[in-house]
Ligand binder design. Structure first.
Ligand SMILES: [Zn+2]
Length: 351
């Protein structure tokens, strides 16, 4: 560890990670297996879109559901990595990968402001990290006000999760577009003219692809049921995966100090507010784009998730040597229970 470093923990963890890449002679961006996965996901996504228009009822309803899941695969594996510039060594391709978010309903620029700048920098800080804001409907942090109905939040939250993507795509995106704010924090820079144009083009093409064409082909009732089912499954999976990494009973919810800065070194803050889950599940790692290794992702967001399973052991071991807790739930179910318990605790009346 470089003792003179102002970021001793980050320096110590980076040393281990840098050595790993030096020894292997590998790139930090995605490898061939990941790029193959991208093509598989794009094929599943586009073919399921065509099938939901072509197959008869009630089969096409199942395909709408499946298409919702493939949308999550695009989000976790292509959009998220592209947004962090880690999918490939070409920044142009990364930008297009990030823009797959426009295709699946939202807007890459909003994601960059919300996820890369607010969530990754100020994880779990109420008022800045929009991932823990819910218009007061949930109390996810002990620093949020408590209302009487929060005592039931661990129950009604499961009815809310299926609707998050609809609220996001049809309300939050527009709110952020017009206010240029994430939670209480201003955008780092306003929309450029081309970004603004892309926003409206993307929103219009989403409505054409997912509402107008299906209504013309399938009739409005089937199209609407399919559309809502697709959102329900996609929204639940997408929300739960991100919640399990931060809004759980093993995570902390610090506040900024009087100077408006993090109380801990940034890397320590990430280790306190982020939790891994199911590190041994190759299936989940494949599907979730390594988001079960959120600690490694938060510490090294510009490294592709293809490397997280190996970095996990290295980071965990180094944290042990430094005497810093590296938090993990061994399985998905334990993380889900950790999320449920956290919401139940946060909802109890504060004396
Ligand atoms: Zn991220």
């Amino acid at each position: 560890m470089t003792m003179a470093s102002a970021r001793p923990v980050y320096t110590a963890l980076s040393e281990v990670v840098n050595r790993f890449f030096q020894d292997r002679g590998e790139h930090r961006t995605g490898d061939t297996a990941l790029h193959r996965k991208v093509w598989i996901i794009l094929a599943l996504h586009s073919s399921s879109y065509l099938l939901l228009l072509l197959l008869p009822q009630p089969l096409n309803v199942l395909v709408w559901l499946f298409h919702g899941l493939t949308t999550c695969l695009v989000g976790f594996n292509i959009m998220h990595d592209g947004g962090h510039g880690s999918l490939t060594s070409s920044q142009k391709l990364n930008l297009w990968a990030a823009r797959s978010f426009n295709l699946i309903g939202s807007h890459a620029y909003y994601w960059w402001q919300k996820h890369n700048l607010s969530h990754h920098s100020y994880t779990n800080i109420s008022g800045i990290d929009e991932d823990i804001e819910s218009f007061g409907m949930l109390r996810m942090s002990p620093h949020q006000p408590q209302r009487w109905f929060h005592r039931f939040q661990h129950l009604y939250v499961w009815l809310m999760y299926p609707t998050v993507s609809l609220i996001w795509f049809f309300f939050l995106d527009y709110k952020a577009y017009f206010s240029e704010k994430i939670a209480e924090r201003n955008y780092s820079r306003p929309y450029s003219r081309s970004e603004s144009l892309l926003f409206w083009l993307s929103k219009a093409s989403y409505i054409v692809l997912y509402l107008i064409i299906p209504i013309l082909v399938l009739g409005w009732q089937t199209a609407l049921v399919g559309f809502l089912l697709m959102h329900a499954i996609m929204s639940t999976v997408f929300t739960v995966v991100f919640q399990l990494a931060h809004v759980v009973d093993k995570a902390e919810f610090p506040e900024l100090n009087e100077m408006g800065r993090l109380q801990d070194e940034w890397a320590v803050h990430q280790l306190k507010t982020t939790v891994d889950f199911a590190p041994d599940s190759r299936f989940l790692t494949w599907c979730l784009g390594g988001l079960n290794y959120q600690t490694e992702h938060h510490l090294f967001p510009r490294i592709s998730h293809a490397h997280y399973p190996e970095l996990y052991g290295l980071v965990r071991e180094r944290c042990g040597q430094l005497g810093i807790e590296h938090r993990v739930y061994p399985t998905f179910w334990q993380a889900l229970v950790g999320h449920y318990r956290h919401l139940r605790t946060m909802g109890q009346p504060v004396n």
